[in-house]
Design a binder for this molecule. Structure first.
Ligand code: ZN
Ligand code: ZN
Ligand code: ZN
Length: 351
C-alpha cells in the first residue's frame, strides 16, 4: 500500500540516481515514517549535507528521517541528488523541505524553500510558517510572516493556527503583539513628524507672506505708500496670505487688545511678528512692523536665550530651506493643501 502511493516520487529519486552514471550500487537506506525505504549512496548524501555526512561516518546504514511525510523525504533525497525540486513539490512539501534543509544543513535548498514558502503565504498558514521560520532560523521569512500578520491581523486572529499557537506557544503571540505595537508606534512617530514638519512649513510660508504683504502689499492689506487696488490678483500663496491679512486687519482694530484684555488672535499675530524678527536678516531695511523693536528687546532681555524659541526658529528656518530645495513644488502644495484649511491661523501652537 505504501509503495503504490509513493511510486511517483520514489521513481523520481531512482531516475535521479540512475542519471549519475559512475555511481555504484546504493550502500544505505533512508527510512521514512511511512515505512518506505529509499536506497541511497553515502557519497552523494555526505557531499550534499554535512549532517548526513557525520551520521554516515558513524557507520549507520539505515538512516531514519521521521516526522515528515514520506513523499517530502523522497523529494528531499531527490534534491540531494539533483539539486532540483519542482514547483509541485514546493506546493505540497515546502514547509517540510524547509525543515529538512535546516536540520540537515543544506543551504541552497533552504534558500529555495524560504523563497518558495514565502510566495505561498496565506492567512491560514502564516502563523504556522512564522513559528517554523523562527525555529529554522530563517529571518527573511520570519519578517515576511510578521508583516503579513500585521496586514491581516483581524483575519489571522480567527484562524486555527492562531488559536493553536495561543495555547501552545504564548511567547510567539507575545512576539507578534510586540511587533504590531512597534509598527504602530513607528507609524505614529512618522505621522507626528509629518504634522510637525507641515506646521513649520506653514509658519515658514506665513513668514514669507508677512514680508510680502508689508513690502509690496497684497489683495486687502498694503503698506501706506503702496496702493492696494494696484494688485488685484491673489499671490501664489494666497491661502496663507489671506489668513495673514485677516490677522493683520484684526490686530489693527481689536478692541480687546487695545483695552488690555487677552486676545488669542492678537497673540498669534504678535508671535508671528516676533518670529519674523527672529529670522529676519535685514532688520535695517525691513518693513515688517516691530522687527527692529523685537530685535532690540531680544538683545536687551537676552530673549534669544530661550531654548524653546530658538528651536522653533531653527525648525522654521530649516522648513524654509527644505521647501525651497527638495520637494517638487506641486507635491509640496498638495501636501499643504490637505492640512491647510485655516490651519495656520487656528491651530498652530507657538511654544
Ligand atoms: Zn499675498
Ligand atoms: Zn484681537
Ligand atoms: Zn524684518
Amino acid at each position: 500500500m505504501e509503495d503504490s502511493s509513493h511510486n511517483s516520487t520514489s521513481s523520481a529519486v531512482i531516475s535521479a540516481i540512475s542519471s549519475v552514471p559512475e555511481l555504484t550500487e546504493a550502500d544505505l537506506q533512508i527510512l521514512t515514517s511511512g515505512g518506505l525505504r529509499i536506497p541511497a549512496h553515502s557519497s552523494i548524501l555526505g557531499m550534499a549535507s554535512p549532517v548526513l555526512e557525520s551520521i554516515i561516518e558513524s557507520s549507520e546504514r539505515v538512516i531514519p528521517i521521521l516526522g515528515v511525510p514520506c513523499d517530502a523525504v523522497s523529494a528531499f533525497v531527490g534534491y540531494l541528488y539533483s539539486s532540483r525540486c519542482t514547483e509541485e513539490q514546493m506546493d505540497k512539501y515546502g514547509i517540510h523541505l524547509l525543515t529538512l534543509s535546516h536540520v540537515y544543513s543544506v543551504p541552497q535548498l533552504k534558500q529555495r524553500c524560504t523563497r518558495g514558502v514565502s510566495q505561498r503565504l496565506t492567512v491560514e498558514n502564516v502563523v504556522d510558517v512564522l513559528q517554523l521560520a523562527w525555529l529554522c532560523d530563517a529571518p527573511d521569512l520570519y519578517l515576511k510572516c510578521m508583516k503579513q500578520v500585521l496586514a491581516h491581523f483581524k483575519a489571522v486572529e480567527q484562524t486555527e493556527g492562531w488559536k493553536f499557537m495561543q495555547d501552545h506557544d504564548p511567547w510567539v503571540e507575545l512576539e507578534i503583539l510586540k511587533f504590531i505595537d512597534e509598527a504602530e508606534s513607528r507609524k505614529k512617530r512618522t505621522r507626528r513628524h509629518r504634522e510637525e514638519q507641515s506646521l513649520y512649513l506653514q509658519l515658514s510660508e506665513a513668514m514669507e507672506c508677512l514680508e510680502h504683504i508689508y513690502t509690496e502689499g497684497c489683495t486687502t492689506v498694503a503698506p501706506y505708500d503702496v496702493e492696494p487696488a494696484k494688485k488685484t490678483s491673489p499671490c501664489n500663496k494666497y491661502k496663507t496670505c489671506q489668513g495673514v491679512q485677516l490677522l493683520i486687519k484684526h490686530f489693527a482694530l481689536c478692541k480687546r487688545r487695545i483695552n488690555g484684555g487677552g486676545c488669542s488672535r492678537c497673540n498669534r499675530m504678535w508671535q508671528l511678528l516676533k518670529l519674523h524678527s527672529s529670522i529676519c536678516d535685514q532688520p535695517d531695511s525691513c518693513r515688517v512692523p516691530l522687527c527692529r523693536q523685537f530685535k532690540l528687546k531680544a538683545k536687551q532681555q537676552k530673549m534669544g536665550d530661550d531654548a524653546k524659541w530658538k528651536l522653533l526658529v531653527r525648525k522654521v528656518l530649516s522648513a524654509k530651506a527644505m521647501s525651497s530645495l527638495s520637494l517638487p513644488k506641486r507635491k509640496r502644495e498638495e501636501e499643504l493643501r490637505e492640512t491647510m484649511e485655516d490651519h495656520v491661523l487656528k491651530t498652530f501652537r507657538l511654544l
